[in-house]
Ligand binder design. Structure first.
Ligand SMILES: [Zn+2]
Length: 83
């Protein structure tokens, strides 16, 4: 399993429906939100088999606007070996 950052931008008027859909699909507690500050984006880091599977955490309502990035953590030895 790889780790993926999910970024889910949406419009202010989509908020309540999006959060209810996330509650229904079981991903609500994975996400943190900028909504109360006026930045209508949800972020989560989840484990998934593929980017396609990670996209499924975002409800269809705003899935087309979501961005999924596969994450890599660099080891100290890896960075030290660069010339
Ligand atoms: Zn919002």
């Amino acid at each position: 399993m790889d780790r993926y950052l999910i970024e889910s931008p949406h419009e202010a008027q989509e908020c309540k429906k999006l959060l209810k859909d996330m509650l229904a699909n079981g991903y609500l507690h994975h996400f943190e939100w900028g909504c109360p500050e006026g930045t209508h984006v949800g972020w989560a880091i989840i484990e998934a088999e593929s980017a396609a599977q990670a996209f499924l955490a975002v409800p269809p309502l705003v899935r087309h606007k979501a961005r999924v990035v596969k994450l890599k953590r660099y080891e100290e030895s890896e960075v030290m070996s660069w010339h």
